[in-house]
Ligand binder design. Structure first.
Ligand SMILES: [Zn+2]
Length: 158
């Protein structure tokens, strides 16, 4: 039998807590347009967004986890499914707002206070959306990556 060198005490008190994140990936499909974009993103279009949520704790739980991965999915993934997945994400100041709301039988578009670039959506997530969803866990989402495409993503940190 080989005994590992890292024991529970090392993991909890060995200075790793500021460097360890539990990362949960989520996906959602959404449409948006960037108002006044200089090129094609001005046109209504969609992405298969990929979201990476970095969760941080003050200490590992009794089992040695930051948080159970499924707990992040349940709390934040359910919100994303309800409000962003298969929906339009549109700015309240979009001059076409009324037209975009006119889709009969569909869920009401998610209206933002900002032009829905990946940057603004990631900031909204880390500042406004995630904190109340994680309330009571003692866990913070301290970094987010939001991928619009295979090659393009934004990263925001608290
Ligand atoms: Zn886009």
């Amino acid at each position: 039998m080989k005994i590992g060198k890292i024991n529970e005490d090392n993991a909890k008190n060995g200075g790793y807590m500021s460097q360890i994140h539990a990362v949960r990936r989520l996906k959602f499909d959404a449409g948006h347009r960037v108002v006044n974009h200089e090129s094609k993103c001005r046109t209504l279009h969609g992405h298969e967004y990929k979201l990476e949520l970095y969760a941080e704790a003050n200490e590992l739980d009794a089992l040695g986890r930051v948080i159970d991965f499924s707990d992040i999915k349940k709390r934040i993934g359910d919100w994303v499914d309800e409000f962003w997945d298969h929906n339009l994400i549109i700015w309240k100041d979009d001059p076409n707002l009324e037209y975009l709301f006119a889709c009969d039988g569909a869920k009401a578009p998610y209206v933002t206070l900002y032009n829905p670039t990946a940057e603004n959506m990631a900031i909204d997530l880390i500042e406004n959306i995630c904190p109340p969803l994680m309330e009571g866990t003692g866990i913070k989402i301290t970094k987010i990556r939001l991928h619009e495409t295979e090659n393009c993503y934004v990263e925001v940190r608290l």
